[in-house]
Design a protein around this ligand. Structure first.
Ligand code: UDP
Length: 322
């Protein structure tokens, strides 16, 4: 029996492949390499280059590798791009996932863990977000993820049990395994700040310093990518107990401002992070922090890697890759 990991050559996907393998599970990766990296998939893991939007291929993989469950990462995931090119997101996320689910039903694979996001919520109404918080995504990226969650909920009637994991701010790396964040273009705070400190990227622009937060910059909940990987393993184990479909927030519950993250990067780098202050970025809520009580109690999951570990690991990954 194997776990099919779609998007297993991407950032969270590759760390999850590493995690599952370390716990002795067989894994097969399907990735079209549009944003993933072939070298992020370890030797010995069967790798298929292709799209989840290819039902014959998916059915063939499921039969060949005796797939018992799927972890579905393959997606378009840039908020800004989703605004400028929504078609790419509705096709690449919703249409492609719909095709994947059809193939899984044909192949009689009845378990799936879905890579979702805190972007399904939109502007927070409470400081800590529960899963039941109203869902008003502020961009097509968040909307496509929410629609897929609804699709999964409907498909529970067809025998597909699923769990959506809503990540807050994924960050960090596993430098000893050569795994880390390598987006192109890169839009995320931690790798951009590290690049600025290393001199491999321009000075960072902090998006807004007039928010109603303790230092005027946005507050986010950063969670180590290996803590996310751990949650996927726990969600896979939980699927047998799930009645249809459910969702879990994955965050630490601790919020850090952009300035605090820059201070942490400066500590790891030993030099200040060159930065300037610019206008707010469209669609950025002031504060986005998880209430992960449900994941803690039902999945027995708790993030154990703090912000300094997140930044240290990311720093080591990027300075090694230089
Ligand atoms: N951010 C910033 N400058 C950048 C990139 C990000 O000030 O060049 C801020 C952004 O406004 C947000 C936080 O850093 O408050 C985290 O942003 P990121 O894009 O990493 O994740 P998001 O919160 O959008 O998922």
């Amino acid at each position: 029996m194997s776990i099919l990991v779609t998007g297993g050559a991407g950032y969270v996907g590759s760390h999850t492949v590493r995690w599952l393998r370390r716990s002795g599970q067989s894994v097969v990766v399907l990735d079209d390499l549009s944003t993933g990296h072939r070298c992020a998939v370890p030797d010995g893991v069967p790798f298929v280059q292709g799209s989840v939007d290819d039902p014959a291929l998916v059915v063939d993989i499921c039969r060949t590798h005796a797939v018992s469950a799927v972890v579905h990462f393959a997606a378009k995931s840039l908020v800004g791009e989703s605004v400028s090119n929504p078609r790419k997101y509705w096709t690449g996320n919703v249409v492609a996932t719909h095709a994947l689910l059809g193939a899984l039903l044909d192949a009689e694979v009845g378990k799936l863990v879905f890579s979702s996001t805190a972007a399904v919520y939109g502007e927070p109404e409470t400081p800590h977000l529960l899963e039941s918080h109203p869902k008003r995504p502020m961009n097509p990226y968040g909307r496509t993820k929410l629609v897929i969650e609804e699709l999964l909920s409907d498909y529970a009637r067809l025998g597909l049990r699923s769990i959506a994991l809503r990540y807050f701010n994924a960050a960090g790396a596993e430098p000893s395994d050569g795994l880390g964040e390598r987006h192109d273009p890169e839009t995320h705070l931690v790798p951009l700040a590290i690049g600025a400190a290393l001199g491999t990227r321009p000075a960072l622009t902090v998006f807004g310093n007039d928010y109603a937060t303790k230092d005027g910059t946005c507050v986010r909940d950063y969670v180590h990518v290996s803590d996310l990987a751990d949650a996927h393993e726990k969600a896979l184990a939980r699927l047998d107990l799930v009645d249809g479909h459910t969702a879990y927030n994955l965050g630490s519950g601790d919020g850090y401002t952009v300035k605090e993250v820059l201070d942490q990067v400066a500590r790891a780098a030993g030099v200040p992070v060159p930065h300037t202050f610019g206008p707010r970025r469209a669609g950025d809520p002031a504060v986005l922090v998880a209430d992960s009580t449900k994941a803690r109690s039902e999945l027995a999951w708790a993030p154990v890697r703090s912000l300094d570990r997140i930044v240290d690991d990311a720093w080591r990954f990027h300075s090694n890759a230089r």
